[in-house]
Design a protein around this ligand. Structure first.
Ligand code: NAP
Length: 295
């Protein structure tokens, strides 16, 4: 991608997966990035600085630090996260988003891109989706020019939900019945779509877009890993009780099992990001190799 004149784009969460991918995409397009970080001395913050991002120290509980960090920016990417998975963390996620939106109002940010989650606007009942919906509503009420991106399940989840090898066969297990398509997105593409929106090279009708790069059932996900490894593959659906006492995770997998759960329009995403990754491309990008049998 070529260098563009973009002014300054602020990014919250730049030391994490989504914000990091937004910064990758912005820097590759020659944009000037201001990363809002709570610890500029952390290894990840310093790495952003080494790559040319400006670092602005913020404290999410200190409104003045947030609005000062946003002063004069031309665009702002924000995401929110429950840092743990308790209901209190999930309420904290809404407070985080509301604080960032309020600071954007104070700094008169001309365009925000908020990364929420696919289905947030469809009464999913999933606690950490509803918390993002509250942020969407607050953003809508703020009157600020904004675009909402709603990513579906991250392909990166397969870094920790990776399949095993058993008796020479790839085996993938998830608490989701087989035959139900689950939409997937590579975090890289959340960054590329968000950067396109922030830099004005893409717009979305209605100001919101669900983002996915692939859609596969459990067996089809297992098959993608199997093909990559050159091994036969099978999928095994697990009961929801493997999720233990996490009501939040159970609610999400129950929602996944209702079709359609995620509803991204893959062609619309491809129109914005023509190189959007499918699952086999993501697997190749990770350099994943089948673990030795038994691991
Ligand atoms: N996994 C999925 O399939 C999926 C799908 C759709 C949506 N989502 C949503 O994506 C979100 C997680 O995104 P992610 O994977 O990019 O998160 P992540 O990698 O955990 O990164 C979180 C980022 O937020 C920053 N942060 C958190 N609390 C902060 C605070 N109080 N002050 C300043 N910075 C703070 C972190 O900074 P530090 O480096 O300082 O910690 C880090 O940069 C969750 O809300 C999840 O529900 C996930």
């Amino acid at each position: 991608m070529g260098t563009e004149q973009s002014g300054t784009i602020a990014v919250f969460g730049g030391t994490g997966q989504q914000g990091g991918s937004v910064i990758d995409a912005l820097l590759s397009r020659g944009a000037h990035v201001r990363a809002l970080v709570r610890n500029p001395e952390s290894e990840k913050s310093r790495a952003l600085g080494d790559r040319g991002a400006e670092l602005a120290r913020i404290d999410i509980g200190d409104a003045a630090s947030l609005s000062a960090a946003l002063r004069g920016v031309d665009g702002f990417f924000l995401m929110t996260t429950p840092e743990g998975h308790t209901l209190a963390d999930i309420e904290g996620e809404t407070r985080q988003g509301v604080a960032l939106v309020d600071a954007s109002v104070a700094a008169a940010v001309p365009h925000l891109v908020f990364s929420s989650v696919g289905g947030a606007e469809r009464d999913s009942g999933v606690p950490h989706f509803e918390s993002k919906r509250r942020v969407e509503e607050h953003l809508e009420k703020s009157g600020l020019p904004a675009t909402i991106v709603r990513p579906v399940a991250f392909m990166e989840n397969f870094s920790f939900l990776a399949p095993a090898v058993e008796n020479g066969e790839i085996v993938l297990r998830m608490p989701l019945p087989d035959g139900i398509p689950l939409q997937l997105v590579a975090v890289r593409d959340i960054g590329r779509v968000s950067a396109a929106l922030l830099l004005g090279s893409a717009q979305v009708p209605g100001g919101a877009i669900e983002i996915a790069g692939d859609e596969r059932t459990g067996s089809q996900i297992a098959a993608a890993f199997g093909q990559h490894a050159g091994l036969p593959a099978r999928y095994e659906a697990l009961p929801l009780r493997v999720l233990g006492d996490s009501g939040d995770a159970q609610a999400m997998f129950r929602w996944f099992a209702e079709t359609p759960a995620y509803q991204a329009d893959l062609a619309a995403v491809k129109a914005i990001e023509p190189t959007v990754w499918d699952l086999p491309t993501w697997i190749r990008s990770t350099g994943w190799t089948a673990p030795p049998a038994g691991e």
